[in-house]
Design a protein around this ligand. Structure first.
Ligand code: DGJ
Length: 715
């Protein structure tokens, strides 16, 4: 609910459990008042600095502008034609409307029940208007923000930095958590007290990259998994970004937006620029409460509506990558598909290596037609045969990439991002197509349509295996090169929008060399993203644990793979590997042709487990019960009313432990079904005991043992 108090010039956004408030001071400055537990507007504090003489550096502001006394590191940087880099933005009005705003050409959380929008207009008399958009999704305690900057003057204005949102805190004692890593080790949480000065995470690689994620948490020093105040902030964007935290005189300032490095966007009079959306959740129930709100928001209001219903089945797929890499022919693929069918999979995904000449990663990206040596009947011929085995068919593409050794590159060398006169950097032997260009996108669009129209392709894995370099577009003049990074991202969004629009039932999975582009922007187009190339069950615990702070299990691409693991060489039990895969999108990625009939049959109970409990696994509340400590971890996914849950544990966390289940209902008896024994009811327990004393874990031994248990209230 949005509350407007015109007399006090106070604006409050209420969600089910939180309140966000701002007010206009006597000088017309829009000040931040409050973001925390739900509070009646009448009880909100007055602005502590309602004094026009107050030093601007001490103000808590909703949209700070540089050059007029705010001495924080500037994020918003408008440069007027006369060289002035300063803005004096004063409140010019606010209006509330039902429903949540959307942002043309950009991903954003979608409308939902009870959603509302507040538009606040700030005006600089020199010719700049900023419209701040606030979205309220009350059911998940989500507040979203975006901003539209308009040149209302008579000369051009160049924007050299535009935050999506700024959030000021009148305190210095907060911890910052970022999610960092590398290829095969994405999104490990790092927590530290905010230090004086500027810090943060971001990317200049054109994609978020493996190094950091565009999601951060600020929290009280005593906050933990189950208690304490925390503020999560996610940027709904997939390109260069900055999440900047500055501790200065007045407190802590969090700013999120497109990375200002190499960003310059010139607005002619009358033109507007829209900054991508940022989304916030406050929770006083610790990280668990915060994450569950983000999960609900992402599942209900961000992923494509076609895939939003947790009860709508998702296919159990087998992906060919770890089974074949580039080394296959049609016979090998069909044998693999047959084994996938025997394992009760629904869909066969042909990963990299299927297009002409692609026997290694050195060649052919950009030429999206089948290699007839490997697939004599083309993709359509293979698809027919796969379908005849009773499986749907899916395929891998990397539309943004081009190999120097490809027909596409030979015909259009200027279509790759390159700096004239300099050697172009190959990473993984490939260049990146200039997706800021409409003609380049059109070519790839036509190739994708030809592929997808050739046969019933039900799933596409859209990969992106390198960060951008040599960022310069042959199609733009020198003065507009600062637009290229952002136009590139807009181009990717445009193509994914067209793809899912033309093929509405297509299941799109994004991927970037594992999880280098795992963000809320991509989730607007694809309901799942490949989490990491690392499928090792122990490493996956950490990767999926960190990922789960913002993103729900059902969007995490997760596959059961072989042992020893191809990346780590480590061995893990079937249950531990299944636990990791079942708390993601669930699928297989291994050479099942090497399995005996009995070994394949042993996989059936898990596939059945996923089918039986898929709606719960996709739609339930995640509880991180024991954080990964290098030896093991435990977690559960529970129905919102606590009536059923799946509990997972893997590793030495099992040693004589009981796992308290905070969602268990008192006064109710639960049946416990340990799935690894085949799913029979083997025990029962009282909800009170499960909540207080915990679910006793069996004493399992061996290499990374695992445990899966389904519990349900009796009667
Ligand atoms: C990186 C992906 O993460 C892998 O799953 C696989 O698709 C390869 N690319 C193929 O080149």
């Amino acid at each position: 609910m949005i509350h407007i108090d015109d007399a006090r010039r106070l604006y409050a956004l209420h969600t089910a459990r939180t309140t966000y408030a701002m007010a206009v001071d006597d000088a017309g400055r829009l000040l931040h008042l409050y973001y925390g537990p739900r509070t009646a507007a009448a009880r909100l504090p007055q602005s502590p600095h309602n004094d026009p003489g107050c030093h601007p550096d001490l103000l808590l502001q909703e949209w700070p502008a540089p050059g007029l006394g705010d001495n924080h590191a500037p994020f918003f940087q408008p440069e007027f034609a006369d060289g002035v880099i300063a803005a004096d933005l004063r409140f010019a009005g606010a209006e509330r409307s039902p429903g949540k705003y959307s942002l043309p050409g950009l991903p954003a959380f979608r409308d939902g029940e009870g959603a509302e929008t507040l538009r606040v207009t700030l005006r600089d008399e020199l010719g700049l208007t900023v419209t701040l958009l606030y979205g309220v999704l009350p059911d998940c305690d989500l507040i979203t923000r975006a901003a539209i900057v308009e040149n209302t003057g008579s000369a051009p204005v160049t924007l050299r930095g535009v935050p999506s949102a700024v959030l000021d805190f009148a305190r210095h004692d907060l911890d910052l958590i970022t999610f960092d890593g590398a290829w095969a080790a994405e999104r490990t949480p790092h927590r530290a007290a905010v230090r004086p000065g500027v810090q943060g995470v971001g990317s200049v690689g054109g994609i978020p990259t493996h190094a950091h994620n565009p999601f951060v948490v600020l929290c009280a020093p005593n906050a933990g998994e189950t208690r304490g105040s925390c503020w999560g902030a996610a940027l709904v964007y997939s390109g260069n970004y900055r999440c900047q935290v500055e501790s200065a005189a007045a407190g802590i300032r969090l700013s999120l937006g497109i990375e200002p490095f190499r960003f310059a966007w010139t607005l002619a009079p009358g033109e507007r620029f829209t900054a991508p959306e940022a989304a916030f959740v406050y929770s006083d129930a610790g990280f668990g409460g915060m994450s569950r709100n983000f999960h609900n928001a992402i599942r209900r209001h961000l992923v494509p509506p076609r895939w939003a219903d947790p009860a709508a089945p998702r296919p159990v797929l087998l992906n060919s990558w770890e089974a074949c890499y580039f080394d296959f022919d049609e016979a090998k693929l069909l044998a693999l598909a047959k084994a996938a069918r025997a394992a009760h999979a629904d869909l066969f995904v042909l990963d990299d290596g299927w297009f002409k000449g692609r026997d290694s990663d050195t060649t052919s990206l950009g030429d999206w037609t089948a290699d007839r040596r490997k697939l004599p009947g083309g993709v359509a011929g293979l698809c027919r045969k796969i379908n005849a085995l009773g499986l749907d068919f899916g395929i891998w593409v990397e539309p943004e990439a081009v190999s120097p050794d490809s027909d596409l590159y030979r015909a259009h060398p200027d279509w790759a991002l390159h700096i004239p006169g300099r050697p172009t950097l190959e990473i993984r032997h490939q260049y990146t197509l200039d997706f800021s260009r409409a003609d380049v996108r059109e070519n790839i669009w036509q190739q994708l349509c030809a592929l997808l129209d050739s046969c019933p392709i039900r799933y596409v894995k859209w990969d992106m295996n390198r960060s951008l370099a040599n960022v310069y577009s042959a199609a733009l003049p020198a003065a507009r090169q600062g637009e290229v990074y952002h136009r590139y991202v807009l181009g990717v969004y445009e193509l994914q929008q067209k793809l899912t629009g033309r093929y509405p039932d297509l299941l799109l999975e994004n991927c970037a060399g594992g999880g280098a582009r795992f963000d809320c922007g991509m989730l607007y187009y694809s309901p799942q993203i490949w989490t990491s190339d690392n499928t090792d069950a122990l490493d996956r615990q950490s990767i999926q644990y960190g990922t789960s702070f913002c993103y729900p299990p059902c969007v995490m691409g997760a596959h059961y793979s072989t042992v020893p693991n191809h990346i780590t060489g480590r061995t893990a039990s079937v249950e531990a590997r299944m636990a990791a895969a079942l708390t993601g999108t669930f699928g297989f990625e291994l050479d099942l042709t090497a399995y005996t009939g009995a070994e394949i049959e042993a996989l059936h109970p898990y596939v059945q487990f996923y089918r039986d409990h898929g709606a719960l696994l996709r739609g339930g509340d995640l509880y991180r019960l024991a954080a990964p400590d290098g030896r093991g971890a435990a977690w559960a996914i529970a129905a919102a009313d606590g009536s059923e849950a799946v509990v997972f544990a893997a590793g030495r966390v099992l040693d004589g432990r009981s796992l308290p289940l905070p969602f268990a209902r008192p006064g109710v008896r639960y049946a416990l079904h340990a799935a690894y024994t085949g799913g029979h009811a083997d025990d029962a327990a009282d909800g009170d005991a499960l909540a207080a004393l915990g679910l006793p874990l069996p004493d399992l031994r061996g290499d990374l043992p695992g445990y899966l248990c389904y519990i349900k209230t009796e009667g």
